[in-house]
Design a protein around this ligand. Structure first.
Ligand code: 6R9
Length: 653
């Protein structure tokens, strides 16, 4: 797909196979992008065409330069521009929509809170003043360890206002994971809460944060604790610990002059799993990131100020950063923020919220859609979902069946469904159809966006033929791209980039095919990363937690068809692989890594299948977990275990 971006694939009838569905006429009429020329004009005028994204923002100093590519792969977007992200998400909207709702929050216990743009502006300013009082200066990294409560968005924006990069750690990650991320980011400030609800029970987040502090390399300058649970949990505050409400109260009504940041200055760091067991700190620059996120929120998700938009991803992951906070607030829309789970108090919770809020654009993951399908159509059918005009998915591949179910039962059969491919590192959507322009193919992500040069290549970097498997690479830089890794330039270059005859290529780590129309189908990771319920983990991260359990000798984890995890485990001769051991393994993964990463199935086996050089054959284990055919195993050192493993798996089903 060397000619990705060339005309033909979006105009008229694509011919590369797969069912093709045209953008609905009613949607086209008012779509943000309705002219297919956008592909050609970006291709003809690259990179300058990306100025269109920068033009969606308010700048303190408007950038003269679009891209500085003088020192690849260290690209700088809009390098001479200056801006502040919180101004773009808040201040610039005040004149027109100070009384419009910015956030409608729904808590786990049925609580509700709403913030207008004026409210949000006010609290972000107070929080920014509070952070300053605690000593947070420009470029000091602030770690946030909070569940889905408005304070998470508020403190992120407060950090952005004073030029302090945030480092959000998903609230469900363990103390150990928090400590690693704080140490690696060299972060001296922590914002957390007393606790939060998991189902019926209150969970003590503060004590987990305290555990992380004990493991931290250096003393924390300050901790701020949000009172999420009220009287239910009284948490005594120690030295250098502050109550969020009190801190905000002291600065209520103050305004904090936003710090004009260079476009290339760090907006945030976000840790993600890579090819080693240690997470990588992905750094995002202010100007390129916000431009790309805003452009795609506007033009791919088609979000406008008068929408009510709901991105169901947790803010603790990149999707929540880009499309739960920065994108929607930058375009000035109303967002739904939901703390609870989709099946509590009942399995119609999501549909109930969509109906009540008249949500018009909904963005979620295939994992969630699979659960909805399992629960049954009676739940969405019991609600009026006619407000929906666009649906999006992200995080993993969606099957054509799930895609159709989503469109039919959630979208009423006639809305665009955009399958969006991107990564923590890309910052924003890079592959997707444009909903008013590009025909959809269920199960295929779509072509690269205008201005994105994606190619599926073989080991030598040459484009593969349509239908053949290859590696998805990005052959030119893009505005939302990571500016580097916390771990340094060398690691950044090594992890992601290859230099080829025609320039530097970014390796996504995904395997893919492409059809004759330039539509990409993602096959999954080709490295040691697995996507678990649309969250990214490294296999070694999970396996070392399992091996830490007494009695376990070896472990191999693979993904299954439902976005879950299957763990193959071997035990010491004198150990009974019983229910207690299963429980210990599950608890260890939840404790060391995260609750969401716990194995759905644990398969005890006398041995793991290995190559002669001693490598565990994960591919094979994955095929078994997915019930797929697998090839010749005779080259293995221990081919006889394969049959045994297979029958254990079948017996359990
Ligand atoms: C945004 C996000 C990135 C990995 C990525 C790929 C998978 C994301 C996808 C998809 C198939 C899609 N992925 N979107 N696979 N179709 N539409 O999820 O970021 O957590 O960094 O994960 O997720 O494998 O490489 P992140």
């Amino acid at each position: 797909m060397d000619d990705a971006g060339a005309d033909g694939r979006h105009a008229g009838e694509p011919s590369g196979g797969g069912e093709t569905i045209d953008p609905p006429e009613a949607f086209r009429e008012s779509a943000a992008v309705a002219d297919a020329d956008v592909y050609d004009s970006f291709a003809a005028d690259w990179p300058d065409a990306w100025r269109a994204a920068a033009d969606l923002l308010e700048w303190d100093r408007y950038p003269e330069t679009v891209l500085d590519d003088g020192d690849p792969p260290f690209y700088e977007w809009f390098p001479d521009g200056r801006l502040n992200a919180s101004v773009n998400c808040l201040d610039r909207h005040l004149a027109e929509r100070r009384n419009q709702l910015a956030i409608r929050w729904f808590g786990k216990r049925g609580e509700r809170r709403s913030y207008t743009y004026a409210d949000l502006h006010r609290e972000v300013n107070a929080a920014a003043a509070g952070l300053r009082e605690l000593g947070v200066g420009e470029d000091d990294v602030v770690t946030l360890y909070l569940p889905m409560i408005p304070e998470l968005s508020i403190v992120m924006l407060a950090c952005a206002r004073i030029g302090a990069p945030h480092n959000v750690v998903f609230a469900g990650l363990s103390a150990e994971a928090l400590a690693t991320r704080m140490n690696s980011a060299d972060s001296g400030y922590l914002i957390t809460c007393d606790g939060y609800y998991r189902r019926e029970d209150a969970f003590n987040q503060k004590s987990r944060a305290d555990n992380a502090r004990l493991r931290a390399d250096a003393d924390l300058a300050a901790t701020v604790v949000v009172d999420r649970l009220g009287d239910e949990f009284e948490i005594p505050l120690g030295e250098n610990e502050h109550d969020y409400g009190t801190l905000i109260g002291e600065h209520e009504g103050e305004t904090v002059e936003p710090v004009a940041r260079d476009a290339t200055d760090l907006l945030f760091v976000m840790y993600t799993s890579g090819t080693t067991g240690r997470p990588k700190g992905v750094e995002h620059a202010t100007g390129g990131y916000l431009s790309h996120v805003t452009w795609t929120t506007r033009n791919v998700l088609d979000v406008r100020p008068d929408d009510t938009y709901w991105c169901a991803a947790d803010i603790g992951w990149i999707t929540g950063h880009s499309y739960g906070v920065y994108g929607p607030l930058s375009v000035g829309t109303t967002t739904v923020l939901y703390e609870g789970s989709p099946d509590y108090p009942d399995r119609d919770r999501v549909w109930d919220l969509i109906e009540r809020n008249a949500v018009s654009v909904f963005y979620t993951s295939p994992t969630a859609i699979r659960s909805f399908m399992k629960w049954g159509v009676e739940y969405p059918e019991a609600h009026d979902l006619s407000s929906i005009r666009l649906l999006g998915t992200v995080g993993e591949s969606i099957t054509p069946k799930a895609w159709r179910w989503y469109r039919e039962h959630v979208g009423g059969g006639d809305v665009p469904v955009v399958d969006t491919w991107w990564q923590t590192e890309t910052g924003a959507i890079t592959l997707a159809t444009l909903p008013g322009v590009t025909p959809m193919k269920p199960g295929r992500v779509g072509p690269p966006l205008p201005g994105i040069d994606a190619r599926v290549v073989d080991r030598d970097g040459d484009p593969v033929e349509p239908g053949e498997t290859g590696y998805l690479t990005l052959a030119s830089p893009w505005p939302g791209m990571l500016r580097g890794l916390r771990e340094g330039d060398e690691r950044y270059r090594r992890e992601y980039w290859v230099e080829s005859e025609d320039g530097w290529r970014y390796r996504t780590g995904d395997g893919a095919t492409v059809d004759e129309d330039g539509y990409v189908t993602i096959l999954g990771r080709v490295d040691d990363v697995i996507n678990v319920r649309a969250h990214r983990f490294n296999t070694a991260e999970l396996e070392s937690a399992i091996v830490a359990v007494d009695g376990v000798t070896e472990a191999a984890v693979v993904g299954d068809d439902d976005g879950g995890v299957v763990a193959y485990v071997t035990t010491r001769g004198d150990v009974d692989p019983d229910a207690a051991l299963r429980e210990a393994i599950t608890a260890e993964v939840a404790g060391i890594v995260a609750e969401v990463a716990r194995p759905d199935r644990i398969v005890f086996t006398p041995e793991l299948p290995k190559t002669r050089s001693g490598k565990i054959m994960r591919r094979l284990l994955e095929d078994i977990a997915r019930g797929e055919e697998f090839g010749d195993v005779s080259a293995l050192r221990n081919p006889e275990v394969v049959g045994e493993i297979e029958s254990t798996v079948r017996d359990e089903e």
